[in-house]
Design a protein around this ligand. Structure first.
Ligand code: ZN
Ligand code: ZN
Length: 433
């Protein structure tokens, strides 16, 4: 049965999430949602595609995402649509379209869902990937920056993760970035010959982004480059120091990384990443920061905002690397086996009674012999088998077999639920002691 049964494969850079990974994913998300709700965030779901301009304006025309990575298509009505490459621009689009500010600011929202970027697939990087993210829109209070950084920290600790560090920086505002960029450009002109083609282009259009380059030659060439933190205006400097002080107060360990910049143009002031050990090049499991120009870029009034996003595939790798087992997989409580010749209706009725009593239950749908049904029940990891049919069936009874103790007994139909409950509760009581 190992032969490949299909000539079709999932598209390059995508994958199926199969049990038990799907179960782990559910558990991780549940803990994530709980953490966000504890901090006063509420879920928002936006469409997975948007008018292309939402991303062109919201991310920036010169960014790699917009120029190289978007899945953009014209629909049958001739409208240009794009599969969302990130979650923030759509949330802001919704914030403006639905006038969310009128129900009070800051609006504290979180989202989860698939994102799409046409990048070269590698470990930890996919063309369809998932992000859990949060946005706090409408406040420039440094306390909310520190809250936004403290949430992933609380979340990761709740999951049992330890091998990460938090790096933070301030990338300033229009006022301080302008003079800084002039100095940076001057510096980059001097080392132009040592830069890669991409960085040469970046040094014209968006020089801050040379710090994102992964080429070692570039890293060497810019090791002496001026850093933004030395050029912050008074407002940005005060804001940054407040954020750092509040992180201390919240007990969120952090390091200042003067070379941390963000790839997206709308970011201002606070920028941060959670860097994990052992994940190679794709080691930033969470990234985020302040984006005080984004709302305006999307046509709204001047509005502050700050947020983060967590790459769920990277988070799952980190969990795996640290040897954390997120869930004890739930067992199937009961497998209903049928003696040959038993009416199917009797089996279905028994299943229905069990499920109504909140016991998970399954049966055979392949016409197996009783012996093969018992094997299948074992393969499914069932706790009990209920055997329906034969003389017992005529008497209104069933056989209940405990697969853990291999004991079995004959019961009246109406005693079945009670007996199973007794055993399960006795077991879970013993486990709690
Ligand atoms: Zn500034
Ligand atoms: Zn480069």
């Amino acid at each position: 049965m190992n032969a490949v049964l299909s000539k079709f494969k999932a598209p390059k850079g995508t994958f199926d999430i199969i049990y038990p990974d799907s179960e782990n994913l559910e558990m991780i998300l549940r803990i994530g949602y709980e953490t966000l709700i504890l901090h006063g965030y509420r879920r928002i779901s936006t469409p997975i595609f948007e008018n292309t301009q939402v991303f062109v304006r919201g991310i920036g025309e010169d960014t790699d995402i917009v120029t190289k990575q978007m899945y953009t298509f014209e629909d049958r009505g001739g409208e240009s649509l794009t599969l969302r490459p990130e979650g923030t621009a759509p949330v802001i689009r919704a914030y403006l379209e639905r006038s969310l500010h009128s129900s009070g600011v800051p609006q504290k929202l979180f989202y989860f869902g698939p994102m799409f970027r046409r990048e070269r697939p590698q470990a930890g990087r996919y063309r369809q990937f998932h992000q859990l993210g949060a946005e706090a829109i409408g406040s420039d209070d440094p306390a909310i920056d520190s809250e936004i950084i403290s949430i992933p920290d609380a979340y990761f600790r709740k999951l049992g993760l330890k091998k990460y560090r938090v790096i933070v920086n301030s990338i300033g505002c229009v006022n301080c970035r302008k003079p800084y960029v002039t100095f940076l450009r001057e510096f980059l002109e001097k080392v132009d010959a040592e830069l890669c083609d991409d960085c040469r282009k970046r040094s014209q259009k968006n020089p801050l982004r040379v710090f994102d380059c992964k080429e070692e030659t570039c890293a060497r060439a810019i090791s002496e480059a001026p850093v933004i933190s030395d050029y912050l205006c008074d407002g940005c400097r005060t804001h940054f120091h407040s954020v750092l002080g509040m992180l201390d107060a919240l007990g969120v360990g952090h390091e200042i990384e003067p070379r941390l910049v963000r790839g997206l143009d709308y970011y201002t002031r606070t920028a941060f990443e959670f860097i994990f050990e052992g994940l190679g090049a794709q080691n930033a499991v969470c990234g985020g920061g302040r984006y005080d120009y984004l709302v305006e870029a999307l046509g709204g009034p001047p509005t502050s905002g700050v947020g983060f996003s967590i790459g769920i595939e990277r988070l799952l790798r980190a969990i795996d690397l640290e040897g954390i087992k997120p869930v004890k997989l739930p067992r199937l409580d009961v497998f209903v086996a049928a003696v040959e010749g038993t009416p199917r209706e009797a089996v279905l009725r028994t299943l229905s009674i069990l499920r109504s009593a909140s016991l998970s239950a399954d049966t055979d749908f392949m016409g197996r012999s009783l012996k093969a049904q018992m094997r299948h029940a074992n393969r499914l990891g069932a706790r009990f088998v209920v055997i329906v049919g034969g003389e017992e069936f005529e008497r209104g009874e069933v056989v209940l077999r405990d697969l853990d103790s291999s004991k079995q007994c004959t019961l009246k139909n109406n005693e079945l639920i009670h007996r199973i409950r007794l055993v399960i509760e006795a077991k879970s009581g013993a486990n709690n002691e």
